[in-house]
Design a protein around this ligand. Structure first.
Ligand SMILES: *[C@@H]1O[C@H](CO)[C@@H](O)[C@H](O)[C@H]1NC(C)=O
Ligand SMILES: *[C@@H]1O[C@H](CO)[C@@H](O)[C@H](O)[C@H]1NC(C)=O
Ligand SMILES: *[C@@H]1O[C@H](CO)[C@@H](O)[C@H](O)[C@H]1NC(C)=O
Ligand SMILES: *[C@@H]1O[C@H](CO)[C@@H](O)[C@H](O)[C@H]1NC(C)=O
Ligand SMILES: *[C@@H]1O[C@H](CO)[C@@H](O)[C@H](O)[C@H]1NC(C)=O
Ligand SMILES: *[C@@H]1O[C@H](CO)[C@@H](O)[C@H](O)[C@H]1NC(C)=O
Length: 832
């Protein structure tokens, strides 16, 4: 066994010697500077692990003969404590103290900012092994900075990829108000905009996230990217629990560099009012993204080590420096491979520069802080870096950022499970395992809103249509009745033409009932404006014809009354100018309305409702169709105002002529009653229909019922008596009276009654006088009888006047008021 070892070592020595022959011995030294945060109290003291790691890399580099032949690399370093001021001091110390440095290594974002911004003045390339601030990606400010540490924005392409992968296009962002997170969010917003992902809200907080989390809830955020340090993360987690912003409907993205059990820290110490169980429940299912600092497979890297070899060596090195990784990982342990690879990147870049400069007859030995040409070469060489290091493939983007893989993890049962990797460079998302969701289904990025049109229920529509059809049939029947019995005095004297116009109006109104019930269910959207127009025309014209006909009748009665009072006779109008005028106004208004501002289909949306079958993430948005113009109120005002005036005026006329009777308009009282009825119904319907306009069924039922009721009552009032009369006496052509048109007023009737009373009194008087006369006659006869004996004859004039008087008075008593012309009362009057 020992013999075999000896042979191996001899062979190894020979190989080494042969190399020595091939490569010149490393006699000259190249100097680089290093700034490590180690002994500070605030911020990232990653130098604890990174500095030993860098020294390890230096040893490895210097033992390679094919790297920087003839040269040794030497690192001059000091502690910055992650303080920018101290960092600057260290940098100046390094620069002004000989020897000449070729490059600088730096860690900790704040120190890097200072160093990288200044270093360009000395034509120095700065390589950072530990700075994640996205602000450092600014090539104008930091033209010579490269990073082996990925920028914090490296998560963003991964996040966007995951969002796209699950079909989420609506996210919210919750961030701690820290510079790193602010610039990360800005980058994320840009990427989301490019990918068409909507950011509903961006909430930021300083210490207390409760208000921000509440806002997230208010905005119905479902997919939330959270950016905060671990202490704030615990507070957010507790707040999530309190506000119920976790579980099957929510997905949270956290930063992956918290420790595995970060949510179980000493909660009472941090004044977090949640229990561990609650924290664990709220954390369940969240996703994290994390840049990979360690190569993932165990293949040999450029140094000849695998990652496992490296880890062992590093742990040994750290132990020498007083850090036992079995007790506690020193700060920067996760980033140690980045420091190792940073030194390798420096060495490889210088190796390349050396040969490029040699081609130009120059050497790295000649480098000074004023040597822009060599600096440019070093920059190009660094820019072209590509090798497999212990942190994975090392390469830099055009902004000098490390191109790295990201790891996606998900918390399942309180443990982080690796879900997948994402390689930004090749846009390669590799799933290791299915992401698991609490309900087994991918959460939605929003509440799904289902639009539901509130329509008139079919049964109601059919019912009302049937009712109105019956009404239409009745109205048509009555028109026929009017035509058939036009010879009858009763019909002839009821202005049948006017009544027919009214019936046509009723037909129009009742047809509009059917149109009012037509909505999204029955009419396609494109045809809806036509329905709107038809509704307006039918309703307006129907009302004007029906009510206008009644109005015209009472108007005429009223005019007759006026004429009688003023004793002037005017020619009877042949054309009903009132009706024509009213209709013309209607047609003009409707035409202008239809041309200037046509009614369109408008959809009114109501408050969201929960569905009856409780599928959790669905809401119903009820909506209703309306016919509406741009200036709907103006048009309605014009139409309603005009109709309202007509109603009021009609009411007034109906009241004025309530007791008038005109022979040629024998149904004027019924018309008056009909007008009252219409006015009352309109007064009730208009406001009530406004109140219930949001309920399709109720509104439709109420309006159409009122309309139908109005039409039926009017028809019944005006035509039922006529029909009954005609049915009773079907063959009577008329009642033979051909008296001139005349109005009978109340005063006249009163006068008749008085005259009648007088007549009666006079009759009684006559009767008593007659009785007296009889007695006197009798006595006279008796006297004559006794006188006859004495030779006197009877007087014939005694009996006759009593006969005359009785016939003369009895006739007028029997006659009704309609026959007043035949009354002869001169004797009674003369008696007075
Ligand atoms: C850091 O502090 C320790 C003791 O506190 C000291 O031994 C060590 O030299 C310091 N390191 C640096 C780099 O200053
Ligand atoms: C260093 O440069 C030389 C010359 O270009 C090249 O042959 C050698 O492979 C380089 N070393 C490494 C480790 O790439
Ligand atoms: C840097 O290191 C040297 C010795 O290692 C020490 O004397 C000096 O105080 C350190 N600090 C600065 C700022 O140079
Ligand atoms: C948490 O912190 C409080 C106060 O510092 C301490 O009293 C308590 O023992 C700690 N609990 C645990 C489990 O560390
Ligand atoms: C840096 O490298 C990229 C390709 O990786 C190249 O397009 C760019 O020109 C290089 N920049 C410089 C200054 O060499
Ligand atoms: C993506 O990466 C995986 C390794 O993680 C590899 O197996 C696969 O071939 C890659 N796919 C593409 C398209 O590069």
């Amino acid at each position: 066994m020992s013999g075999f070892r000896l042979i191996v070592s001899i062979v190894f020595a020979l190989v080494t010697v042969s190399h020595c022959h091939k490569w010149p011995p490393k006699t000259k030294v190249l100097h680089i500077g290093g700034i490590f945060p180690i002994n500070g109290t605030e911020g990232w003291q990653g130098g604890m692990a990174c500095q030993p790691s860098a020294m390890m890399a230096l040893d490895d580099v210097n033992s390679r003969f094919d790297l920087l032949p003839g040269y040794k690399l030497k690192l001059h370093w000091n502690d910055s404590e992650c303080e920018p001021g101290l960092g600057a001091l260290v940098m100046y110390d390094l620069l002004y103290k000989p020897p000449q440095k070729l490059m600088l290594l730096a860690g900790c974002s704040t120190v890097c900012t200072t160093v990288a911004e200044a270093a360009k003045m000395w034509n120095l390339v700065v390589l950072s092994y530990g700075a994640s601030s996205p602000a450092l990606s600014n090539r104008q400010r930091f033209p010579t900075l490269f990073r082996t540490h990925p920028s914090a924005t490296v998560h963003n392409p991964t996040r966007v990829k995951i969002l796209q992968n699950f079909g989420w296009s609506r996210i919210a962002i919750l961030q701690q108000a820290e510079e790193v997170f602010i610039s990360t969010v800005e980058d994320l917003e840009t990427r989301c905009r490019e990918s068409g992902i909507e950011i509903v809200t961006r909430q930021s907080f300083l210490n207390d996230p409760s208000e921000s989390v509440r806002n997230l809830r208010r905005q119905d955020a479902r997919i939330i990217v959270g950016l905060f340090y671990v202490v704030a993360a615990r507070r957010v987690l507790c707040e999530m629990y309190k506000q119920g912003l976790y579980g099957s409907s929510y997905v949270w993205f956290f930063i992956g560099w918290y420790e595995d059990n970060w949510y179980e820290a000493n909660l009472s110490q941090e004044k977090i009012e949640c229990t561990r169980e609650q924290m664990k429940e709220a954390a369940e299912g969240h996703l994290t993204t994390e840049a990979l600092n360690w190569n993932q497979d165990n293949q040999k890297t450029i140094s000849g080590m695998t990652v496992e070899d490296y880890r062992k060596r590093l742990n040994n090195e750290l132990l020498k420096n007083g850090h036992d990784v079995n007790i506690r990982f020193p700060d920067g342990y996760q980033e140690a491979p980045l420091a190792y690879d940073a030194v390798w990147a420096v060495a490889l870049a210088l190796n390349r520069t050396m040969h490029r400069l040699a081609e130009r007859g120059r050497s790295l030995d000649d480098f000074t802080y004023n040597d822009a040409i060599s600096a440019g070469e070093i920059y190009s060489a660094m820019n072209a870096t590509q090798f497999l290091g212990v942190s994975g493939t090392v390469a830099f983007s055009s902004k000098g950022d490390r191109i790295a893989w990201t790891l996606i993890e998900q918390m399942i049962n309180g443990q982080y499970n690796k879900v997948g990797y994402y390689d930004t460079q090749t846009d390669n998302l590799t799933w290791l395992a299915e992401a698991r969701w609490i309900n087994g289904k991918i959460p939605q990025d929003r509440t799904i809103i289902i639009d539901k049109l509130r329509t008139v229920s079919f049964g109601l529509f059919v019912t009302m249509s049937l009712v109105s059809s019956v009404g239409i049939a009745a109205a048509i029947g009555l028109i026929i009745f009017n035509v058939v019995y036009r010879e009858q005095k009763l019909i002839e004297l009821s202005q049948p033409a006017c009544n027919n116009v009214m019936l046509v109006g009723i037909v129009l109104l009742l047809s509009s009932v059917i149109l009012l019930g037509m909505d999204g269910d029955t009419v396609p959207v494109v045809h809806f404006p036509v329905v709107c127009q038809l509704r307006a025309w039918l309703l307006c014209l129907g009302f004007t014809l029906a009510f206008g006909a009644m109005f015209s009748k009472v108007w005429r009665v009223h005019r007759k009354m006026k004429e009688k009072k003023s004793r002037t006779q005017s020619a009877k109008a042949k054309v009903d100018w009132v009706l024509v005028g009213l209709s013309c106004i209607d047609v003009i208004i409707l035409t202008i309305w239809a041309i200037v501002d046509p009614q369109m289909r408008m959809v009114e949306n109501f408050q969201l409702e929960n569905p009856t079958d409780t599928e959790k993430d669905i809401k119903i948005r009820p909506s209703m169709e309306h016919c509406e113009s741009k200036h709907q109120n103006i048009w309605l005002g014009v139409v309603y105002g005009y109709k309202g005036l007509l109603l009021i005026f009609g009411l007034f006329l109906a009241y004025e002529t309530r007791s008038m009777k005109v022979r040629s308009i024998n149904d004027s009282r019924y018309v008056g009653m009909s007008i009252y009825n219409v006015v009352v119904l309109c007064l009730i319907t208009a406001p009530v229909s406004l109140v219930i306009s949001s309920q399709a069924d109720a509104s439709f039922a109420f309006v159409t019922a009122a309309l139908a009721f109005c039409c039926f009552i009017s028809m019944a009032l005006i035509f039922l008596p006529k029909v009954v009369e005609v049915v009773r006496n079907p063959d009577r052509p008329g009642d033979g009276d051909d008296e001139t048109d005349q109005t009978v007023s109340k005063e006249e009737e009163e006068r008749y009654r008085k005259l009648q009373q007088e007549n009666e009194q006079l009759q009684q008087l006559i009767a008593s006088r007659e009785h007296k006369l009889k007695l006197l006659n009798q006595r006279l006869l008796e006297r004559n009888a006794s006188a006859n004996v004495n030779g006197v004859t009877a007087n014939p004039a005694v009996v006759s006047p009593s006969n005359n008087a009785s016939t003369n008075v009895s006739t007028p008593v029997m006659s009704g008021p309609a026959r007043t012309t035949t009354i002869h009362l001169p004797p009674a009057k003369k008696n007075r």
